[in-house]
Design a protein around this ligand. Structure first.
Ligand code: WT7
Length: 588
């Protein structure tokens, strides 16, 4: 398997020195044997409360007075502008936005989507929507019209919050989305010059007229809170739905894995709120604990990232392997120009973390990167490295307290240590997904013998450490983002020149995998570099920048089964120069 990261012998176990009493988790086994989700919710989050378990309320409304005056959000714009918001300020603003939505007739259970750049209004609108009981859906701002249409249509969204720069993309698909009743326009720079249509509402005006008082209605722990769309092998992305009680798992893991100590930490999660890491750990977990978040609007760039860590004295940093590899590539001389003495704990998620990257962290920042494994579906970290536990570079670590993990054979029975199989999880954490929106059957198919089957393959060693091996399916992981081959193939065949398309993940040193497309052209079209570029742009603008094929290969025909299914497995084997395996179903 190309994704294997196992290099035990080359990289010896790292025994860190954590002074007694300094980390939230002092002893892994002790906590593992004594942990219980409900008691954590009760003791740390004071749950359930009079109004039940509402994520937004827990994060912003009911902290002790001293915490309410603490900075919740430190925001830096791409142009260097800065803003800060205390918990108290966010409480009032989200109350106002809840009133705006209420006045527009948004009801409990309605789907409300946020399609914005990384600006403070993402937080205000998303938490305001949670307060009225809406089910929120964040949309990555780099998504094109096709990607947003799929998600808004599938979920039956009634309202979208967007900005002048993103509005055109939404408008181009709005006629196909009759369920959408309102579009709220966040116009920070007052740059939108057109008169508003009847379904459009200006955020700034609506907020001005809205009361700062709002009573959050009773929220059941099982009420749905958020939908994140995630890619699978077949079909369009599916909406993994989480409930309000997920905040218990997000807070517990933020406490014991990110080791957040809200009185003193400045915490930076580099993930965009369009993805699950950006909500579970870029909002819910940290804020439920009362921690201060840094959010940077701008894109990745080694110098600006280093500058932020130095300027804001970031203490805890949660990022991704592709970013770490890009920092490594930028060179240690760049890193050497900055002061990283504020940093005390580093974590990573999204793809296998190379052992070299773990160790590089120690060299450049004085701390190893702690790998964490989880998924959109698990809603919170599940298999991780902890400050108090020795790190085996290349291993994802051990199950979080409250989590039972297993490696299963093809009949979904547990395998002994040392053997490779399906990575599975007992679906006990409050954050485990409760549904794929509208796809109950597909949801149920993920559970076997009381296990949730993750779709990953892994191995557990004799010490109980888990080692990632690869995906069990065709899903592509490019720079930490999952891409379903079917989505890309669907976008490709909408191009007038494309007859057939087969899409695979091709191993890549920086991005783990890149999307590669094999294409056969319709009669009358000839392969050319121009056409190749045109097809790439076509997918890039319709779907998203991370999902377009960085490589295209034109073939006169694609290998198909006798029933006409394109054999991606064969395309991949040929690409990698591997044995072609069983080709008995290949058409003649
Ligand atoms: C898939 C989930 C929830 C975090 C963002 C991604 C891969 C995730 C690791 C890791 C190796 C990892 C898996 C997983 N993955 N973390 N530490 N080591 N692989 O969420 O988009 O739902 O993707 O990302 O394949 O199943 P996601």
């Amino acid at each position: 398997m190309p994704n294997s990261t196992e290099q035990t012998s080359q990289y010896p176990t790292i025994h860190k020195s954590v002074a007694p009493g300094t980390a939230n988790m002092q002893d892994y086994d002790l906590l593992y044997n004594n942990f219980n989700w409900a008691s954590f919710g009760e003791s740390t989050l004071n749950l359930p409360r009079a109004n039940g378990v509402n994520k937004a309320s827990i994060c912003l409304d009911d902290h002790p007075p001293a915490v309410m005056q603490r900075t919740a959000l430190l925001w830096q714009a791409t142009n260097g502008d800065k803003e800060t918001y205390t918990f108290e300020e966010l409480k009032r603003k989200t109350n106002q936005f809840a009133n705006v939505l209420k006045d527009l007739g948004v009801q409990k259970g309605d789907r409300v989507f946020v399609y914005l750049e990384r600006i403070p209004e993402i937080f205000i609108t998303l938490f305001g929507a949670l307060k009225v009981g809406a089910v929120v859906g964040p949309l990555f701002s780099a998504f094109g019209p096709e990607a947003i249409k799929d998600r808004l249509e599938d979920s039956g969204a009634v309202l979208v919050i967007t900005s002048p720069d993103l509005k055109d993309r939404l408008d181009s698909v709005l006629p196909e989305l009759p369920a959408i009743r309102h579009v709220i326009l966040v116009d920070r720079q007052q740059e939108y010059g057109h008169p508003l249509k009847t379904h459009e509402v200006r955020y700034e005006t609506a907020m001005q007229n809205a009361s700062e008082a709002f009573e959050v209605p009773y929220t059941d722990p099982d009420d749905y809170s958020i939908i994140h769309y995630t890619s699978g092998t077949t079909g369009k992305p599916k909406g993994a739905v989480h409930r309000h009680a997920a905040v218990i798992a997000q807070a517990a893991t933020a406490k014991y894995i990110l080791d957040l100590q809200p009185e003193k930490d400045i915490y930076w999660c580099t993930a965009d709120p369009g993805w699950v890491t950006g909500t579970s750990y870029g909002m819910f977990g940290p804020w439920a604990l009362g921690a201060t978040l840094l959010v940077y609007e701008g894109p990745f760039n080694a110098e600006s990232w280093y500058q932020l860590i130095q300027d804001y004295k970031v203490t805890v940093w949660y990022t991704a392997p592709t970013a770490i590899r890009m920092l490594m590539k930028a060179g240690e001389d760049v890193a050497a120009q900055y002061n990283f003495s504020s940093l005390r704990h580093l974590c990573s998620v999204g793809e296998p973390l190379n052992p070299e990257a773990v160790v590089w962290g120690q060299k450049v920042f004085g701390h190893v990167f702690h790998d964490t494994w989880w998924q959109t579906e698990t809603g919170a970290m599940h298999i991780c490295n902890y400050p108090c536990m020795p790190v085996k570079p290349g291993s994802m670590g051990k199950p979080f307290p409250g989590v039972v993990a297993g490696i299963l054979d093809d009949a979904f029975n547990p395998l002994p240590a040392g053997e490779e199989g399906h990575l599975a999880i007992r679906p006990d954490a409050p954050s485990i997904f409760r549904s794929y929106w509208g796809k109950e059957e597909m949801y149920n198919s993920k559970f076997k013998n009381s296990w949730y089957i993750t779709g990953d393959r892994a191995r557990m060693d004799a010490d109980g450490y888990y080692w990632f091996i690869g995906r069990a399916d065709d899903v592509i992981n490019t720079a930490g983002h999952l891409v379903g081959p079917f989505e890309v193939e669907s976008a490709l065949i909408e191009h007038p020149a494309v007859a057939e398309a087969g899409v695979i993940g091709k191993p890549d040193a920086e991005r783990l995998e890149i999307v590669k497309a094999f294409i056969s052209l319709k009669k009358g079209f000839e392969p050319s570099p121009q056409l190749e570029q045109e097809i790439k742009n076509f997918v890039r603008t319709r779907l998203a920048a991370h999902a377009y094929p960085r490589e295209i290969e034109f073939l006169s025909g694609l290998p198909k089964t006798r029933s006409g299914k394109i054999m991606r497995r064969l395309l991949k084997a040929r690409e990698l120069g591997l044995p072609e395996g069983d080709t008995s179903t290949l058409e003649d």
